[in-house]
Each structure stands twice: as C-alpha cells, then as structure tokens.
Design a protein around this ligand. Sequence first.
Ligand SMILES: NC(=O)c1ccc[n+]([C@@H]2O[C@H](COP(=O)([O-])OP(=O)(O)OC[C@H]3O[C@@H](n4cnc5c(N)ncnc54)[C@H](OP(=O)(O)O)[C@@H]3O)[C@@H](O)[C@H]2O)c1
Length: 245
Amino acid sequence: MATVIAGISGAIGSALATRYLQDQPEQTLIGLCRYPEQVPEALQQSSRVHLLPWDAAAPEHTLQNPDIEALLDRYGGIDDLIYAAGLLHDDGMFPEKRLEDLSADNLARAFQVNCIGFGMLVQALARGLRGKRLKRVIAVSAKVGSISDNHLGGWYAYRCSKAALNMMVKNLSVELPRRYAPIACVALHPGTTRSALSAPFSQSLASLQVHDPAETADNLFGVIQALTESDNGRFVSWDGSDLPW
Ligand SMILES: NC(=O)c1ccc[n+]([C@@H]2O[C@H](COP(=O)([O-])OP(=O)(O)OC[C@H]3O[C@@H](n4cnc5c(N)ncnc54)[C@H](OP(=O)(O)O)[C@@H]3O)[C@@H](O)[C@H]2O)c1
C-alpha cells in the first residue's frame, strides 16, 4: 500500500503522515515537499517514508522524477493521494483586507500553490498510474474557499485560490471514475489548526475551536478512511459533515 502526501513538511501534512505510519503498519508513504531536510526527523528516519523534492510553484521541473514512477510500479498504485500543501502568507504576502491590497503576483502565487500545483500533481501521477489503482484523492481545502458561505469578504488570494481548488476537485470527481473506479475525490476542510499558516491569526482565532495538528490528523484520518465511492465529489469538513460550495 502506498499513500502520497504533498506538503508533508507542513503541520497538517506531517501529523497526517505520522498518523498513517502509526495506524497502518503495511503503509508506505511518498512524501513531497520543497525541502525534505526540513521534514520532522522521525519521518526522515522512517524506512517506510520516501521523501522526494517537489515545488508546487514549479511542478514541471520536479515531477519528471523517475523515482515517483518506480515507486508507483513497486506498490501497484496509490491508495490515498493527499494534497496538504497550501499558502496563505509569507514574507511578501499577507491576506488582503480590501481591494487596494490586491497584488497580481500574490494572486498568481496563491493560485499556483493552492490550486494549480494540485491539478498538475494529479496529471503527473496519472501518467504513472495507467493500469494501476487510485482509491482516494483528497485536496485539503478551506471553509473560506466556500463561495456561498462568504459573508465577510477579504482574503482575496486565499479565498479565490481555494474556490478554484474546489472546482478542480469537482472536475476530477467527474473524470477520474472513468479511469480508476471505484474512487472518491473530495475537498476536505481540516478545521482551524495550530500551524505556521494560522499563527499570525492566533488572537482572532481565540474564540474559535482550534485544534492541535495531531488532533486534526486524527479527525482527517477518520474521515479519509471512511470515504467510499458514494462520497466522490463532496466538500467535506473535518467532522465528516458537508460544506456548501
Ligand atoms: N491551519 C489551519 O487552520 C488551516 C485551516 C484551513 C485550511 N488549511 C489548509 O491546510 C493545508 C495545510 O496547512 P498547514 O496548516 O499545515 O500549514 P503549514 O504548516 O504552513 O504547511 C503548509 C505546507 O504547504 C507547503 N508549501 C507552501 N508553499 C509550497 C510550494 N511552493 N511548493 C510545495 N509546498 C509548498 C509547505 O511546504 P514548505 O515546507 O516547503 O514551506 C507546507 O508543507 C493548507 O492547504 C491550508 O490551506 C489550514
């Protein structure tokens, strides 16, 4: 069995990887991230984790990796493909409060990491998955990517790129069953989680339910393992409930 986690260096990605290793002794993980040397030591040391360099903003350069196809051959396909990479802020980027804050560069970067990187990863893996299995595709999205639930505005780049990610999921949920049935392809909101991504907002999040990454990993692992073909095309929350698109 093999599971791919893109963004295995992040708080949620690494906690999920740890959860998989604990719960599924027969599971091998293929972990993708920009800097494998920054992944938690225990994952780096595990013989069941293959770490491969990958940049969501330049996927065409990093996904030619013959190691990926060799791993897909060795394990006969992928059980779960989890996209846990995401960008909300960095040195040159912070969530916009108003129209004047919009930046074409930041919008493009958010789309690249939060949506385009996912589509290109599925495309690249599909090349090596001909005749093999793919059971579940999970894009870690965000509730703020819901169009109908947007009553506050702001956070343009993040909201728009997560809404685009959700549409990518919906499209794939139509196409992938023609190749890999039975399959479930879903967008999954992880719930507010302590991480580098949420850290600048810790004060405003104080009134919300905030989870530790291990708690989020438990929640997401439970939801993911319960996914079946009948869940294909859903936008699911961390507690298994439906979210509005
Ligand atoms: N934390 C929350 O409250 C929350 C709420 C809703 C949704 N989410 C979503 O959950 C997912 C994981 O977030 P997190 O909280 O675990 O944040 P995090 O700890 O900051 O992790 C973000 C991950 O994205 C990766 N990433 C960023 N830019 C990348 C690029 N150009 N190429 C490849 N990877 C890149 C990071 O890798 P590097 O190590 O290379 O930077 C890291 O693995 C994201 O999609 C986020 O939008 C989080």
